[in-house]
Design a protein around this ligand. Sequence first.
Ligand SMILES: Cc1cc2nc3c(=O)[nH]c(=O)nc-3n(C[C@H](O)[C@H](O)[C@H](O)COP(=O)(O)O)c2cc1C
Length: 160
Amino acid sequence: MDVEAKKRALRMITYGLYVVTAADGDEVAAGTVNWLSQASFDPPLVMVGIKVGSRLHALIERTGAFAVNVLAADQKAIAQDFFRTTKVEDGRLSGHPVEPGPATGAPLLVELPAWWEARVVDKVARGDHTVYVAEVVEAGVRRPDAQPLVMWDTGWYYGG
Ligand SMILES: Cc1cc2nc3c(=O)[nH]c(=O)nc-3n(C[C@H](O)[C@H](O)[C@H](O)COP(=O)(O)O)c2cc1C
């Protein structure tokens, strides 16, 4: 295989950007991810690739649940805040206000325009990321007019 072509071709996959969160009691993890897609209408399934060894991976393994917070086009700075290990202070995640998800308790970032909670129904643990397939069990929209943040427009890459 032409390794450079593989890298360039895979980087042409189009992505959005999301903050995925998980919680087990007081223990919380969050990370900005792009390897995420819907995978079924009925039941409503999503799939997400989560880095093995990350705190997010550990908490999803333990609880079998997570929340996805959709970033808006003007929230690149918030995306950046969740590339680093999440700090929990005064009930905020890395400085951002949250509320517990009604179905799973995973934190919802109230500044972000839309969210859903999902329970893991299957997984593929083969590479350096585990692909979780999860059923959407609760969802909400705070800003219906918001445009989602698009990976290509940020100049960032995670893939190849
Ligand atoms: C542009 C970009 C995209 C990312 N996409 C993913 C992703 O799809 N899946 C993932 O597990 N981590 C992804 N990460 C890494 C996470 O944002 C974050 O670094 C990690 O979850 C934090 O790990 P920790 O829990 O070990 O601190 C991405 C990082 C960057 C910079």
